[in-house]
Design a protein around this ligand. Structure first.
Ligand SMILES: [Zn+2]
Length: 160
């Protein structure tokens, strides 16, 4: 399943959807900042909702940017759902490490077993390292794909 910059659009949309409830809590002063949307159960449901809405929003946005040129880009359902769920579940894992008041296993378990009492700087360093490792893995996979295609072309030419 190829991940593209387009799947990142669905991933990013899922991050926004996860933080809509905290945004409302901050703006109104009502409720917990990291309430019901910051649970694994909500990550499953909001991830599915983000996949469906994010797929169509991303395709619509890309069509607008392309000024109607054909062919239109279509984001596959598997890519949309996997991207959205990676977004929502990683959101819970990272926020859970940072925010003591979260209850990621609610309604089954109270409290926050993910909370590590890390400093903001430690979490930022961890995220930077993960981003760097992810970038290296991404380009390594791209290199393998390119080399594999070149090898297949050479084999095809020898057959001709
Ligand atoms: Zn959050």
């Amino acid at each position: 399943m190829p991940f593209t910059p387009y799947s990142l659009m669905v991933f990013g949309w899922a991050q926004i959807v996860m933080d809509l409830q905290p945004l409302v809590a901050i703006l109104t002063g009502e409720g917990k900042w990291h309430g019901w949307t910051h649970t694994f159960l909500a990550a499953l449901v909001l991830g599915a909702a983000s996949a469906v809405t994010g797929k169509y929003l991303s395709e619509w946005g890309l069509a607008l940017l392309a000024w109607g040129r054909k062919p239109r880009l279509v984001i596959g359902w598997t890519v949309a759902f996997v991207s959205a769920w990676i977004g929502t579940f990683s959101h819970i894992l990272i926020d859970g490490v940072l925010h003591r008041e979260m209850e990621p296993l609610a309604p089954f378990v109270a409290g926050n077993p993910l909370f590590l009492a890390l400093t903001q700087a430690q979490v930022q360093k961890f995220c930077l390292i993960c981003g760097a490792l992810g970038t290296v893995v991404y380009f390594a996979v791209q290199l393998v794909v390119i080399l594999k295609k070149q090898t297949l072309r050479r084999v095809d030419k020898r057959k001709d």
